[in-house]
Design a protein around this ligand. Structure first.
Ligand code: EPZ
Length: 420
């Protein structure tokens, strides 16, 4: 079992360049099977979720090579429309394969992806979107059998702007003759990035980033070399870590325009933030102010994937902060561990009340999900003494060697093997 060992009290200073985003690379990898030509993806981080998605593509018959951050997908050998059961359960984003497989084969068999610590993660909106395009779907014994033989371009409306469901319908519709309209689509930046990738392959998609996306079907997509967008959540996490330590950092290759909600909260807490076109510099005060209230919302509201990191900042801020998690049903899993470090977090359903304390103390804690694990690391940076964050494999799902990033910025952090 590996853990991150953190000795708190160091200010973070220095520079770091952000890699491509996990939540952009995963749908783009899925979309790579929409062509028979090779796809080259640059600057891909070495994350377990991305490795698993590559294994899924290989199981379907593709050749996937990774070298120095460049992923090459050769879909020539694509021959299967049934998703591998075990692999599908390992990563939630395996459900992103549904749309592309149906687009290629007009049928698909996938497993219900597992839920996880942060929620049940249902896929009813994914299935509703495909049914609205004429896909017949039979759910039986944990398997989903899709028949797309009668699917047509049409109009899809989502009850909730689901990121994954929007991406699945975009990919399913790229080859449908006519124009498909998606209403109440998710507006996350990763949706825009998927649109850019599909258009770079010759698709005709527009409107991503707004609530209505139009997909005009084309006969064929061609290969492409593409660099997925930088990871706004990794950038936000490093800014939060710097803010937690009274630090002064500059991040390069940052999607600045996608982080305004995070900048606003950090400024509210007393940080000064200078924005360039694709870089950001944060100077933090010795002690942060509480942010009073933070509500997570679909983009462009405050991103749920940054909620936990901001809560870890609030635990030592001056005053009381209220955090409301509107997107997932169980995203305060790490509150107990924070309280064991001396924090004062009270959770009631989707609301957490955080009374700022003067000091945190190092402790042995455990990650339960990837963003919660990052939040515990941020708490460890502020704590007196040594903190061990166990189950670092969960953090590795979304951060390519978090200890390397934080260490490069001056943290006293390393990865160790624990006996448990
Ligand atoms: C994507 O998950 C991201 N994952 C998540 O990042 C992110 O938190 C989420 O979008 C919201 O921004 C990837 O892109 C791989 P949703 P996704 O469908 O697509 C409910 C991380 O830490 N819902 O927008 O699963 C769902 O339960 C991860 O990097 C349904 O009810 O998010 C949730 O409450 C965590 N039915 C809400 O909608 C459905 O069919 C938002 O889910 C689908 C979703």
């Amino acid at each position: 079992m590996n853990a991150l060992r953190i000795r708190g009290g160091r200010r973070l200073n220095g520079e770091w360049s952000i890699h491509s985003a996990k939540n952009a690379v995963l749908p783009v990898l899925a979309a790579s099977i929409l062509t028979n030509d090779r796809v080259y993806l640059n600057d891909c981080p070495d994350l377990s979720d991305i490795r698993y998605m590559g294994e899924i593509l290989q199981t379907l018959g593709c050749d996937v090579q990774t070298q120095n951050g460049m992923m090459t997908v050769d879909p020539q050998g694509l021959c299967r429309w049934e998703m591998p059961d075990e692999l599908s359960k390992k990563i939630r984003s395996s459900i992103f394969m549904l749309g592309p497989i149906i687009a290629r084969f007009r049928r698909a068999t996938v497993t219900f992806p597992g839920g996880c610590e942060i929620g049940l993660r249902p896929i009813d909106l994914h299935l509703s979107g495909l049914r609205q395009l004429g896909v017949s779907i039979l759910e039986e014994g944990g398997m989903i059998h899709c028949d797309g033989s009668r699917m047509r371009a049409g109009t899809v409306h989502f009850d909730y702007p689901s990121v994954g469901a929007t991406e699945n319908v975009m990919m399913a519709a790229v080859g449908l003759r006519g124009t498909t309209l998606v209403h109440n689509a998710a507006r996350e930046p990763e949706i825009v990035d998927l649109q850019n990738f599909l258009c770079a392959m010759g698709a005709r998609v527009s409107g991503a980033g707004t609530h209505t996306i139009a997909i005009e079907g084309v006969k064929r997509l061609h290969g492409v070399a593409y660099t997925p967008m930088p990871d706004r959540i990794v950038a936000g996490t490093l800014l939060a870590a710097a803010a937690a330590t009274g630090g002064n950092v500059r991040l390069r290759n940052v999607p600045v325009q996608d982080l305004y909600a995070v900048f606003a909260k950090l400024r509210e807490m007393g940080c000064s933030i200078d924005e360039d076109a694709d870089a950001v510099t944060l100077h933090a005060p010795e002690r942060l102010w509480a942010f009073h209230q933070l509500q997570t919302q679909p983009h462009p509201g405050f991103p749920t994937d940054m909620q936990v990191q901001m809560l870890a900042l609030a635990v030592r801020a001056q005053g009381t902060s209220v955090v409301v998690e509107n997107v997932f049903e169980n995203r305060f899993t790490h509150a107990g561990d924070l309280n064991r470090m001396g924090a004062d977090v009270m959770v009631n359903g989707r609301t957490a009340i955080v009374k700022g304390v003067d000091r945190l103390y190092g402790a042995r804690v455990a990650a339960r999900d990837l963003r919660g694990g990052a939040a515990l690391a941020i708490a460890g940076l502020q704590a007196e003494g040594e903190t061990l964050v166990e189950h670092v494999e969960l953090i590795d799902r979304g951060y390519d060697k978090l200890e390397q990033m934080l260490g490069a910025l001056g943290a006293d952090i390393c990865r160790i093997c624990t006996d448990t």
